[in-house]
Design a protein around this ligand. Sequence first.
Ligand code: ASP
Ligand code: MG
Length: 438
Amino acid sequence: MKIQKFGGTSVGSPARMKDVCRIITAEKGNIVVLSAMSGTTNSLVEISSYFEKGNPEAANIIINQLRNKYVTYIPELYNSGEVRQRIADFLDDRFTLLHAMSSEEYTEQMGKQILAQGEIISTNMLTAYLKEQGVKVKLLSALDFMRLGENGEPNQAYIRRELTRILEEHAGYDLYITQGFIARNAHDEVDNLQRGGSDYTACLIGAALKADEIQIWTDIDGMHNNDPRFVEGTEAVHQLSFEEAAELAYFGAKILHPTCIQPARYANVPVRILNTMDPSAEGTIVDNRLVPGVIKAVAAKDNITVIKIVSSRMLLAAGFLHMIFEIFEKHQTSIDMITTSEVGVSLTIDNTTRLQAILDDLKQYGTVVVEKDMCIICVVGDLRYENRGLESLITQALSGIPLRMISFGGSDHNISFLVRESDKREALQALSNHLFKH
Ligand code: ASP
Ligand code: MG
């Protein structure tokens, strides 16, 4: 069995939905996870924020725009008058529910209910289409089995147990469809896996059922070896290890949600990234294989702030780093990159909401200097230290770029550089030219 997840653009219009149906009916017995149609979750976020700000008029305008958009899809998707009517009634229900919130007081729970509608609508519409086409399909509500624990993390034991039970109860269908992104929390309320969380849903389901493969269908032919928005001639990488893919996802490759890879990795279920617009393209497979001595890809992360703390007190002092880290912990700010010398430490953060408070606290321990608008360039591949020459090949490529920090040896598959954001494009291009032009 495979898990096939389709993102918002893949179900972004009736024509795209029909493409998806061609792909998912090619095999039997798979589970399909859908996102909301593209743009929908953003509109729902806007609706929720107007309700929160006490402006139901503005919320109702957006609700109506969204409703009108969906209503135009009905004749494009369904043939029979009866199905058209049923979907019109279904949409009426969903949008009436949203309008009705005008008269309620805003709560966080209401916001989550609003956000859940996108996936509920896309899955119902696609299922109705498939049924009309004669496919034996069953829609499973993710709210019946996707569950978060008290800590807000997915409760994997619950998910495995309930999903297995539900599938046994509904055995014999050719296809199962469910919603990405949405879940119930430990208090049984509607919740979600954070923006972009449909990938995570697919990976959690794939891991729970020990699927043969998790497929993430998107609108590009796999993970590329560099950022196609900034570099020319990037190519899809055909295979990545789970570790390499996780680093790339975290450091900017927007295709996979960073947290989603872990469950697949632990369950050892391969994740394949495929292109809805070009289904026969090979894409990228992420699995447990490590290709020795090969640099696979480059990614970049913007909006990085570097903080340098220099102190002669650090010299030979035990516990200096501990004191520094405690300050970041106190301010709930995570550190991405760190380099040290005997008398100083430089570290980077991307969340600057608590920057001033952090700086105030750090000043007890040394001289503090801040630089903003920096960028982490991350090179991923088999970078075990026993391999000779790879680090020098990479630094050679960057010989024209001022390098603020270099971090190597933190893991076996990554070397990271901190550069000015203004040097990013040149750095990425230089790496592509040196590492991937054969
Ligand atoms: N619809 C949700 C979002 O836009 C989840 C997803 O698409 O992965 O964030
Ligand atoms: Mg996405």
